[in-house]
Write a protein that binds this ligand. Structure first.
Ligand code: MN
Length: 485
């Protein structure tokens, strides 16, 4: 890994936020003095760690308070500087951020050991998102740097931390739309959890890259020509799926040829209109295989927007074209953190408000309210939010996200308790299915309700997967029993 110095870091900050340089320098000097003499397991000076964390955040164009908090994130825990002193020297926001990160810091020391303390701090970490999402973003940058330097830990510790990263941190990064961090966390976790498999897929990806590069470059050249000829400003990049993404698909039985988003071309335009025109022009030179998704009209739940079309490359291989505006591309790479860039001063409030529009946020609050016990809370979040999800649509085109294995009953209760209780039949993609039908990606689900519905019973309870549906069903059954219906 390349080295990090204060000069490299501060130049990065100056490039997008020169007003922050003075305060950030002060935070660095203070942290450096406080960590004086302290070493990391790698033998480096300790200050290198907070410096890297702050640099990762500067790459995301984080605001001044976040950068300062990143530099100071270990001073309460490690050098016992009271929160009040940070507030006095800097400001209350920075003190709150450092304190927030410190409270969940203990996770690092307990690993995946199933103690009460582990569950309590994991809950704090997850719910921290509802207080100030910047705490989570600092924590993600902290974890990313720890994962990049995991080679200096003992083997058993490496596996514990990698497992926790895979189960908690990568899904969190995905939920806030920080795809770049998510992909790097996944790949690093796999490297420590199953090194043989990691090496195998790393080789596979490298071979694929060198083998398909000439074809991809030819496609970039042709697409650029046709867009330029039609006066559409554009920038095109070649991308490959991450190692973990390939591993996951293939270990589930797919072959390299089946993966339609293994090779990707990212085409960026200035306006939405140009994106649609680009799609048409690309189809005029490369045949689509009719796997087209319009995430511009129907954004993903983490705000991702893009047009996707799988096109057939010379030689017959699938290539996924992803067409979006430059602004959509920033959201695609950095998710919520993009708000730092787009909304400068007001970023924090907008970020926090926007978070409430994310579907997973409602589910998180529901699960938090439902389970007093920390262990149950963490287990349900893992089971319902952090596992693979299916996305289905209402007849009006709203995307609904549910855990894999969820049924029509879960869908109905997710829409509304009364839709669930009055459910009389289900249509999926215009065909009648049974109530315990297991939802598949892209299904369009229509719940038929009736006042004559018999309402929920034990069978429904067995077919429901989500805690929300199960809770509502139990409540309704209990009410029915007490009214003697
Ligand atoms: Mn740290």
């Amino acid at each position: 890994m390349k080295t990090m110095t204060f000069e490299i870091f501060i130049e990065k900050v100056r490039s997008y936020n020169p007003d922050a340089v003075e305060m950030v320098t002060k935070a660095y000097k203070f942290a450096e003095a406080m960590h004086q003499g302290q070493k990391r397991q790698s033998g480096e000076d300790y200050i290198i760690h907070p410096l890297w964390v702050a640099y990762i955040l500067a790459e995301l164009h984080a605001d001044c308070d976040t950068l300062c908090a990143a530099l100071l994130h270990d001073v309460i825990e490690d050098v016992k500087i009271p929160k009040e002193e940070i507030a006095k020297m800097f400001n209350n926001t920075i003190a709150d951020l450092v304190d927030g990160v410190t409270k969940i810091e203990k996770l690092n020391f307990f690993g995946y050991d199933k103690s009460d303390l582990y569950y309590a701090s994991t809950r704090k970490l997850i719910m921290g998102i509802s207080q100030d999402v910047r705490i989570i973003i600092i924590k993600l940058a902290d974890r990313l740097h720890n994962m990049r330097t995991l080679e200096f830990k003992k083997a058993i510790k490496q596996k514990e931390i990698a497992l926790e990263t895979m189960k908690i941190f990568a899904p969190l990064a995905n939920y806030i739309g920080a795809y770049r961090i998510k992909e790097e966390l996944e790949d690093l976790s796999l490297m420590y959890l199953d090194n043989e498999e990691y090496k195998k897929y790393e080789d596979m990806r490298m071979n694929l890259e060198s083998e398909s590069r000439p074809i991809l470059e030819e496609m970039v050249y042709n697409i650029r020509n046709i867009l330029n000829a039609n006066d559409i400003p554009n920038e095109i990049k070649i991308r490959l799926k991450n190692i973990y993404g390939i591993y996951k698909k293939i270990s589930k039985g797919a072959t390299i040829k089946d993966i339609h988003d293994l090779l990707m071309l990212k085409i960026m335009n200035e306006t939405v209109k140009e994106c649609y025109v680009s799609l048409g022009l690309i189809h005029s030179i490369y045949h689509p295989n009719n796997r087209i998704k319009d995430y511009i009209c129907n954004p993903k739940i983490n705000k991702y927007q893009s047009l996707h079309s799988t096109i057939i490359a010379p030689g017959g291989r699938f290539v996924q074209a992803q067409i979006r505006t430059y602004e959509m591309d920033e959201v695609a790479s950095f998710g919520l953190t993009t708000y730092w860039h787009i909304h400068k001063g007001e970023a924090r409030n907008i970020m926090q408000q926007d978070l409430k529009k994310y579907q997973f946020f409602d589910s998180l609050v529901e699960i938090d309210e439902m389970f007093g016990n920390n262990k149950e809370f963490v287990e349900h979040v893992e089971k319902e939010l952090f596992t693979d999800q299916v996305h289905v649509y209402t007849p009006k085109g709203t995307i609904i996200l549910l855990p894999k294995g969820a049924t029509s009953i879960d869908f109905a209760y997710k829409i509304h308790t009364q839709v669930g209780n009055r459910m009389n039949g289900v249509m999926v993609n215009d065909e009648m299915v049974s109530k315990d039908y297991i939802l598949q990606n892209d299904d369009v689900v229509k719940i038929i309700t009736s006042d004559n519905s018999e309402g929920p019973n034990e069978e429904w309870l067995n077919a429901a997967v989500t805690s929300l549906a199960r809770k509502r069903i139990k409540e309704t059954i209990r009410k029915k029993a007490s009214y003697g219906v």
